[in-house]
Ligand binder design. Structure first.
Ligand code: SF4
Ligand code: SF4
Length: 225
C-alpha cells in the first residue's frame, strides 16, 4: 500500500488560506489503512477546518481514490456541490490527489486541489498499528529473483546491488543501526534456501533507465516507456 502521514495542520491551513468553501475528499483504501484518510479522518479534518472558520460543503471518501472510476463513482452525485467549492482538500496519496484533479477537470471544473497528506512510499501491511518498512520503489527492473525476494534498492540504505558496503555491524546497517542490514538479510535468506551459489553468478547491470518518469504502461503491447 502507499503509506501516508498527515501534514501539519498549520501547513494545511496555509495551503487553504485563500479558500473558505471546501470539500474534503478521503480515500477508503491505503489512506484508511494508514488512518490518515478514511471516513473517520475525513470527519475529523472537517471538524478541524470548521473550527478554523472554514465551511465544509461535503465530505466524501471514494473506495480507492487513486482509481479513477471509483473516484468518479463517488463524486458523480456531487458535481453541483463540487462546483460551489473554492478548493478540494484530498486526504490521500499524491496519486489520489491528481486523480481527483483529473476527475474535477472532466466535470469542467477549475477548482484548486490541495493535499493534506505526505506520501512516503510503498509499504508493507499494517502490523499492530505500525507499518513495516518500505518495500518497493517500482524501479521497473526488479532484482528480487537474484536477492532472495528481499529488495536491496529499497531496503539497503545505499541501494547497493552487488553486496554489502562493509559497514554493517552485528547484522545492523551502518547508516541506521536500528535497522537490519539488507545484505545480511539477503545473504541469510539465500543461504536458508540453499542457493548461495546464486551470489557467484554474473548478473547484467540493472537498467536504471527504467526508473525514468513519467512512465506509461501500454497493456496491449506489454510495453512500458
Ligand atoms: S528491485 Fe525494483 S521492482 Fe523489485 S522490489 Fe526492488 S524497487 Fe521494487
Ligand atoms: S550496512 Fe547494509 S543496508 Fe546499510 S548501507 Fe551497508 S549494505 Fe546497505
Amino acid at each position: 500500500m502507499i503509506g501516508t502521514v498527515q501534514k501539519p495542520m498549520t501547513e494545511i491551513l496555509d495551503a487553504l488560506e485563500a479558500y473558505d468553501q471546501l470539500v474534503v475528499v478521503g480515500c477508503d483504501g491505503c489512506a484508511k489503512a494508514c488512518q490518515t484518510g478514511g471516513t473517520d479522518q475525513v470527519a475529523e479534518m472537517a471538524r478541524n477546518l470548521s473550527q478554523a472558520g472554514k465551511t465544509v460543503l461535503l465530505e466524501v471518501t471514494p473506495e480507492r481514490t487513486c482509481y479513477m472510476e471509483k473516484t468518479r463513482h463517488a463524486l458523480d452525485p456531487h458535481v453541483e456541490t463540487l462546483g460551489r467549492a473554492q478548493a478540494l482538500l484530498v486526504l490521500g496519496c499524491g496519486g489520489a490527489a491528481q486523480i481527483t484533479r483529473q476527475v474535477s477537470e472532466d466535470y469542467g471544473l477549475t477548482v484548486p486541489i490541495k493535499i493534506g497528506l505526505n506520501s512516503i512510499g510503498h509499504l508493507d501491511t499494517l502490523k499492530g498499528g505500525v507499518l513495516a518498512l518500505e518495500q518497493c520503489q517500482e524501479c521497473g527492473d526488479c532484482v528480487l529473483n537474484e536477492t532472495g525476494g528481499i529488495c536491496p534498492v529499497t531496503k539497503c540504505a545505499k541501494s547497493l546491488l552487488n553486496g554489502p558496503c562493509g559497514g554493517s555491524e552485528n547484522g545492523r546497517c551502518e547508516v541506521d543501526p536500528e535497522r537490519d542490514c539488507a545484505w545480511v538479510l539477503i545473504y541469510n535468506r539465500i543461504a536458508a534456501l540453499g542457493e548461495l551459489d546464486r551470489l557467484l553468478r554474473f548478473v547484467e547491470p540493472k537498467d536504471y533507465g527504467k526508473m525514468s518518469k513519467p512512465r506509461t504502461l501500454y497493456l496491449a503491447e506489454g510495453r512500458v516507456s
